[in-house]
Write a protein that binds this ligand. Structure first.
Ligand code: NAD
Ligand code: LMR
Length: 332
């Protein structure tokens, strides 16, 4: 029995993500939570002839408690998306509180669940989640993940376009750092198989991966940001976590994680000097079992990108942490 919860299930990401989870053989129970329309989405999905129950919950009548109780994995795409001209950081004001409140629920009702944060700004919402879980005494760094898989998916797609290969899925391109503009660092030099990107196309390719989100925000012209590609990416990462939990071997995906309490974390933290960073993560029965450090193997151009990423990230992380710690201090 595996119970998955989607919080923000009625939204642009939440609905297709819930559909994909309903189709997954790794999920036997699906709980859809939102402040609107989740019972409708659940009723719709419940007619699909795959195994597993789907239930929808609203905040009334202890809906969050009912949704989260017994959860093995909680995926969170709740919160507002960007409009043209906005940065992800502009979402902080509203999404920080949404993520805090949902994680308080996780700490109370499903403290052992894997928690996957999609809500932006990921560079700050993941530190917020960690602080809330720490405060409640239930933080397990192996189980908290910032979902950066869309950057990996974009890297595969855009690399294959540049090299003129019709099979994007074959390129395994690690993407490290954070999830926002220049904090996103695709490591094209470590692509497997090797991607023969012409030298004069490299900077443009990196920029396209870093700012891929903007392409969608502009094309949607006020109607939100990436939803369908994100649902695919969120599902891909959720299924990777569930495969690892089921004991499957060699499940590795990059994710934005806390750099303590996981094998390999200490060495990466020493190198980057920030508390959270996205690196390739090996997933196993307890969640993140090992972090891989690609920093020794990268080019000097990529080292420069990492330095810029760290600078941007440290402010984002501090902002997230202080959102919880300062609020606690002011209550004393
Ligand atoms: P959306 O507005 O379509 O959906 C958000 C949903 O969250 C809505 O249904 C809303 O009712 C719900 N919601 C709001 N407050 C809630 C609460 N307290 N509890 C439960 N549900 C709540 O937005 P979207 O396009 O689905 O995007 C959602 C978030 O995901 C945004 O913050 C966006 O920036 C982010 N995002 C992240 C990535 C990534 O790579 N990590 C990619 C795309 C989008
Ligand atoms: C993305 O990368 O598509 C998301 O983070 C959404 C956004 O605001 O760009």
């Amino acid at each position: 029995m595996v119970k998955a919860v989607v919080a923000g299930a009625a939204g642009g990401i939440g609905q297709p993500l819930s559909l994909l989870l309903k189709l997954s053989p790794y999920v036997t129970d699906l709980a859809l939570y939102d402040v609107v329309n989740s019972p409708g989405v659940a009723a719709d999905l419940s007619h699909i002839s795959t195994e597993g129950e789907v239930k929808g919950y609203l905040p009334a009548d202890g809906g969050l408690e009912k949704a989260l109780t017994g959860a093995d994995i909680v995926v969170i795409p709740a919160g507002i998306p960007r409009k043209p001209g906005m940065t992800r950081d502009d979402l902080f004001k509203i999404n920080a509180g949404i993520v805090r409140d949902l994680i308080e629920g996780v700490a109370k009702y499903s403290p052992k669940a894997f928690v996957l944060i999609i809500s932006n700004p990921v560079n700050s919402t993941v530190p917020i989640a960690a602080e809330v879980l720490k405060k409640a005494g239930v933080f397990d760094p192996k189980k908290l993940f910032g979902v950066t898989t869309l950057d990996v998916v974009r890297a595969q797609t855009f690399v294959s376009t540049v090299v003129g290969d019709k099979n994007p899925a074959k390129y395994n391109v690690p993407v490290i750092g954070g999830h926002s503009g220049e904090t996103i660092v695709p490591l094209i030099s470590l692509s497997e198989p090797k991607a023969d990107v012409p030298e004069d196309k490299l900077a443009e390719l990196v920029k396209r991966i870093q700012f891929g989100g903007d392409e969608v925000v502009q094309a949607k012209n006020g109607a939100g940001s990436a939803t369908l590609s994100m649902a695919y990416a969120g599902f891909r990462f959720a299924e990777a976590v569930l495969k690892g939990a089921a004991g499957e071997k060699n499940i590795i995906e990059p994710s934005f994680v806390f750099l303590e309490g996981i094998e390999g974390a200490e060495e990466i933290k020493k190198a980057v000097g920030v508390d959270f960073f996205s690196v390739p993560v090996e997933l196993g029965p307890g969640g993140a079992t090992k972090l891989f450090n690609p920093l020794e193997k990268i080019t000097s151009y990529e080292k420069g990108l990492v330095d810029v990423a760290i600078e941007g990230l440290s402010g984002n992380i501090t902002k997230g942490v202080e959102f919880i710690t300062k609020a606690s201090e002011s209550k004393i």
